[in-house]
Design a protein around this ligand. Structure first.
Ligand code: NAP
Length: 293
């Protein structure tokens, strides 16, 4: 999801980018990662890692696979970068926090992951900084984008299919459009930001329930499609048990990046509008579904 948008944004801004697939560069395989050191991808100024094990619930029963991708792989990449003097930009998550705090998390707040996904990502951050201390680690949250699966797509498809919607209203986070996050990552490279941990997420803190409502409303505004009135029941986390426990309030504070001159992200309704337009442009199935109704 992020990698595809990042590729587009970086190329639009004039960067020469290589984007190997997981078959071409398996980050869990040291031999494959060694290709970076022998310049299989040419001489590289920055390496940006968008690869991860992102199935939060499945990670609870596949901790080894999650650790291979989220902890070992980033450490291998950091080692290769340190060897070749490549700046490493690694993407992490709000799930490194337990979400019990009241305000937005700043970068120096203590981490306390609640599940396997968050723990393996937190361990990944530590490994990256141990091997390549000049790395930039960008924690982000609640991604949605035109490519791949995301929560707003699930909600919109379910609404179009006429299903009754029940969504958790007591978990708060910052929905983040991957195209905007990609722009922020590009600005980080352009400003040659110092190494360290930074928080980059959308400016609007809200519940999954509010995000679902906004997604449907924006989809309706953009396409004119409204199969039936928008109605989403707000439920509590206890009513929707999941294998992985999620943070109740993991909002992230963008001000460190803003202090370095990085432009904050667009408000959520604008992000959702741009997302819907890009989704319809790139996905024949949703385009025809929207047109048929
Ligand atoms: N999604 C969210 O809501 C969210 C929230 C906070 C932070 N993040 C972080 O943001 C980053 C991007 O997330 P995303 O949602 O864009 O991820 P995603 O859509 O799940 O994509 C993950 C990518 O990793 C690749 N990959 C899997 N195994 C690999 C391997 N062994 N070697 C190389 N590549 C491999 C996958 O390629 P294949 O398809 O070929 O397997 C896939 O393209 C991740 O670091 C994630 O932890 C995500």
């Amino acid at each position: 999801m992020l990698g595809t948008d990042l590729l587009e944004v970086l190329r639009m801004r004039g960067f020469v980018v290589q984007a190997p697939s997981s078959q071409e560069l398996d980050i869990t395989n040291p031999e494959s990662v060694a290709g970076i050191a022998v310049e299989r991808w040419g001489t590289v100024d920055w390496l940006i890692n968008c690869a991860a094990y992102t199935a939060v619930d499945k990670a609870e029963t596949e901790p080894e696979q999650a650790a291979a991708l989220n902890t070992l792989g980033p450490a291998f990449l950091a080692q290769a970068c340190a060897l070749k003097g490549i700046r490493f930009l690694h993407v992490s998550t709000d799930f490194v926090f337990d979400g019990a705090g009241v305000g937005p998390y700043r970068e120096e707040a203590p981490t306390l992951p609640l599940g396997v996904y968050g723990r393996t990502k937190r361990d990944g951050e530590e490994g990256v900084l141990a091997h390549a201390p000049q790395s930039v680690i960008v924690r982000t949250a609640w991604l949605y984008g035109a490519h791949g699966q995301c929560f707003p797509k699930t909600m919109i498809r379910a609404w179009l299919a006429g299903r009754a919607l029940r969504v958790v209203g007591d978990q708060i986070g910052n929905p983040t459009h991957t195209f905007e996050l990609a722009r922020v990552l590009a600005e980080i490279v352009e400003t040659r930001l110092d190494g360290g941990i930074y928080h980059a997420a959308g400016p609007s803190a809200m519940s999954w329930h509010r995000l679902a409502l906004d997604a449907l409303e924006v989809f309706h505004e953009v396409t004119g499609v409204a199969p039936h009135p928008i109605a989403i029941e707000s439920i509590v986390t206890a009513d929707w048990p999941t294998p992985a426990q999620r943070p109740a309030n993991s909002t992230l504070d963008f001000s460190k990046l803003a202090g370095h001159g990085i432009t904050p992200m667009e408000p959520v309704r604008e992000g959702l509008r741009n997302f819907v337009v890009r989704w319809i442009e790139t996905d024949e199935a949703i385009r025809s579904l929207a047109e048929v109704r």
